[in-house]
Design a protein around this ligand. Structure first.
Ligand SMILES: C[S@@+](CC[C@H](N)C(=O)[O-])C[C@H]1O[C@@H](n2cnc3c(N)ncnc32)[C@H](O)[C@@H]1O
Length: 366
């Protein structure tokens, strides 16, 4: 972040203004420093370009020993956001996603540059339902964007500033992944419900492939809407209830047992569905497609699986692992998605099914 980006942040505890003390600055970007709220005397460290707005308990559960040491050195009182009980589902979420995206299947340039792959630009703009040309000179916020996928593509739209917020430690990989764009980025590590972004600062708020993983998804949606200006856009892409019966009726109930296993074991176990999907996609859909291309497009989940396959077997494996380990996964029917916007007083601009398994909705703050 630039020191001037402090204008869009406030204390998530009391909404007081923050002051910034910088310790290391590189090319005008704050690497390490402290954000302090004089009103409530809380301080929040900035570690390796990432502002840490975790509660005390989240810091304890989620920061690495090195991060804890640095955080304590920068904020000796150890003050985070105190007094909030630790939600075990958040701790699992923070740890599991960080294991997926920083250790098991790290996000790299090769995946992001594969324009027609799952991680590529075409899929991103299809998922978020936004017009690439409309992002120029705007302040954008990506909720739950710790993979850097959204930020990577948004950095290439001429956007003025991109705020990326995530609970997981994988957000710490973004300074290296997005090194050429650090001057545009504000990286924040926090729970989506306790973010420090001031109301009415963003032209667009995006939450892609993530709202279904937030226990209070309606509260998170409201929090997103609050950060946008009047006339601003809120984009979400969530799992659909429709066409997802293997998830809603098999995988989700099975998680009661599966989640007794460590996340590393689930990664290995994910090879089983991944192998079956690979066979289905290459052998069945592939051969039907050669003879009856129109019929193959109608085969169940062909659209989604063929998108995964564009990044090879590794993406299918990763997707299966993702679906197995996610601590919380809600599947929305069409009405529930629309209600998120209307209950928040927003106007729905578009609500479309993507790849027959996700709902993409863009709404406007009126
Ligand atoms: C399936 S991943 C999607 C990541 C990214 N949006 C993408 O599509 O590439 C879900 C993301 O939500 C984040 N997340 C889950 N619960 C969260 C919470 N309560 N607050 C903030 N981020 C959260 C995870 O850490 C993870 O990065």
């Amino acid at each position: 972040m630039r020191p001037s980006d402090i204008e869009i942040l406030h204390c998530p505890r009391c909404h007081g203004s923050l002051t910034l003390t910088t310790l290391d600055v590189e090319n005008g970007n704050v690497v390490n420093g402290v954000l302090r709220c004089p009103a409530c005397s809380k301080s929040y460290p900035i570690l390796n370009h990432v502002c840490i707005f975790l509660t005390d308990a989240e810091r304890d559960a989620l920061l690495s020993p090195e991060e804890k040491r640095l955080a304590t050195a920068l904020c000796p009182g150890g003050e985070g956001l105190e007094g909030l009980p630790l939600d075990q589902r958040h701790t699992h979420a923070g740890r599991n996603w960080a294991y997926q995206f920083a250790d098991a299947f790290p996000v790299d340039r090769r995946r992001l540059e594969n324009i027609d792959g799952f991680w590529g630009e075409t899929a991103f703009f299809k998922f978020c339902g936004l017009d690439k040309g409309a992002m120029a000179d705007k302040t954008l916020a990506v909720f739950c964007g710790g993979t850097g996928r959204e930020a990577w593509h948004l950095c290439r739209t001429g956007a003025q500033r991109i705020i990326v917020l995530d609970l997981g430690g994988h957000i710490g990989c973004l300074p290296a992944l997005l090194a050429e764009h650090l001057d545009k980025l504000v990286l924040i590590r926090c729970d989506v419900m306790r973010h420090p972004i001031k109301s009415g600062t963003c032209a667009v708020a995006i939450c892609d492939h993530a709202l279904q993983h937030i226990p209070d998804y309606a509260g998170a949606y409201r929090a997103m809407a609050e950060t946008t200006v009047s006339g601003g856009l809120i984009s979400i892409c969530v799992y659909s209830f429709e066409n997802n019966w293997p998830m809603t009726h098999v995988v989700e109930p099975a998680k009661r047992v599966l989640h007794l296993l460590p996340v590393q074991a689930l990664r290995v176990l994910a090879l089983v569905p991944a192998g079956l999907i690979w066979l289905y996609q290459t052998v069945l859909c592939g051969s039907v497609g050669l003879v009856f291309p129109r019929l193959s497009a109608m085969l169940p989940w062909n659209q989604l699986f063929s998108l995964w396959l564009r990044d090879g077997f590794g993406k299918i494996w990763e997707a299966c692992f993702d679906l197995l380990h996610a601590p919380v996964s809600y599947h929305f029917n069409q009405t529930e998605v629309a209600n998120l916007a209307t209950d928040t007083g927003l106007r729905v601009l578009s609500l479309e099914m993507v790849n027959k398994t996700m709902w993409t909705m863009v709404s406007e703050k009126v």
